[in-house]
Design a protein around this ligand. Structure first.
Ligand code: CP
Ligand code: NVA
Length: 309
């Protein structure tokens, strides 16, 4: 069994294998409905337990469809429904979840909790977003980019404009090394990527470029990414941060600096970091991006069960 907690701990070959498997599976499902099971029924009888300590729309629904399409079932838990919230220990809870379920997906407000669960669980654990990373989202986004651009992401220029140190960009920085792509990151001067992570990327000869001008960052890019300025786990002065990022809102002038056929991506939910015009415009691929979570997470589940072909 394997865990899927942080991209940094997963070999590049395994990440590539997940994407290739997702591509094959998606193709085979062309004429199937949401709840139809893949022909090979690879996770028949398996139960995915998912627990949400934070809100979720896409992760909750897409993992539900992922496990169902592989032949398994899902149980959703909220922390406040469990004795865990009232004093039962995490080790005992982890052992109980491992007794009833076959895999555990956790959206958490604490990276430490992921490590703790990992320590005591005997079933695979999947990170469905933590304060420091969102690996399932980013792997799925790479799938979407390659699906649309029809070439390996290593041949593309990727640009992120916005918060340089939230969970999604942290995973994107790691992905830029695992998949060897060029990544421009633009943000206001007093902000900065997570220091250790950026240092790691530069030591590993990553092609990560930091800029303070959004137009310069967008220039010649194939993909423009952004995310909410305020993340769920942010403990900051929200109105100040929103003000600081005002000039980094993605609008059509910024999009015009990118390549003509550039696409816009956003993991959602959105805030004022993008105009309606761009978000709902032709270059935006956000709905396809959200749907692909289902396909990639199926292959992530198969990776965890060591059933990737
Ligand atoms: N992108 C994403 O993870 O969405 P949710 O927070 O709705 O799950
Ligand atoms: N960075 C965002 C991602 C939401 C899916 C957050 O953590 O709130």
């Amino acid at each position: 069994m394997k865990n899927f907690i942080n991209l940094i701990d997963i070999p590049a070959e395994s990440l590539r294998k997940i994407i290739l498997d997702a591509r094959k599976r998606k193709k085979k499902r062309k004429n199937l409905s949401s709840l139809d099971i893949d022909k090979d029924n690879p996770l028949r009888g398996k139960l995915l337990i998912q627990m949400f300590e934070k809100s979720s729309t896409r992760t909750r629904l897409s993992f539900y469809l992922s496990i169902r399409q592989l032949g398994g079932g899902v149980l959703n838990l909220r922390k406040d429904e469990l004795h865990l919230a009232k004093g039962e220990s995490l080790p005992d809870t982890a052992k109980i979840l491992s007794t009833y379920g076959n895999a555990f997906m956790l959206r958490t407000d604490s990276d430490k909790k992921l490590d703790e669960f990992k320590k005591y669980m005997t079933i695979p654990i999947i990170n469905g977003l933590s304060p420091s990373s969102h690996p399932a989202q980013v792997l799925s986004d790479i799938f979407t980019i390659e699906e649309i651009k029809k070439k390996p992401i290593s041949k593309l220029q990727i640009c992120w404009i916005g918060d340089p140190s939230n969970n999604v960009i942290n995973s994107l920085i790691v992905a830029s090394l695992k998949f060897s792509f060029k990544l421009n990151i633009a943000f206001p001067k007093k902000y900065y990527p997570k220091k250790n992570l950026y240092k790691w990327a530069i030591n590993k000869k990553g092609k990560v470029n930091l800029l303070n001008n959004p137009k310069d960052a967008a220039r010649n890019s194939d993909v423009i990414f952004t995310d909410k300025v305020i993340s769920m786990n942010d403990k900051i002065d929200k109105s100040k941060k929103l003000k600081d990022f005002k000039k980094f809102q993605i609008n059509k002038r910024i999009m015009a600096c990118a390549k003509k056929d550039a696409i816009f991506l956003h993991c959602l939910p959105r805030g004022p970091e993008v105009t309606d015009e761009v978000f709902l415009g032709k270059q935006s691929k956000v709905w396809q991006q959200a749907l692909n979570r289902v396909h990639v997470q199926k292959s992530i589940l198969l990776y965890c069960f060591e059933k990737l072909r």
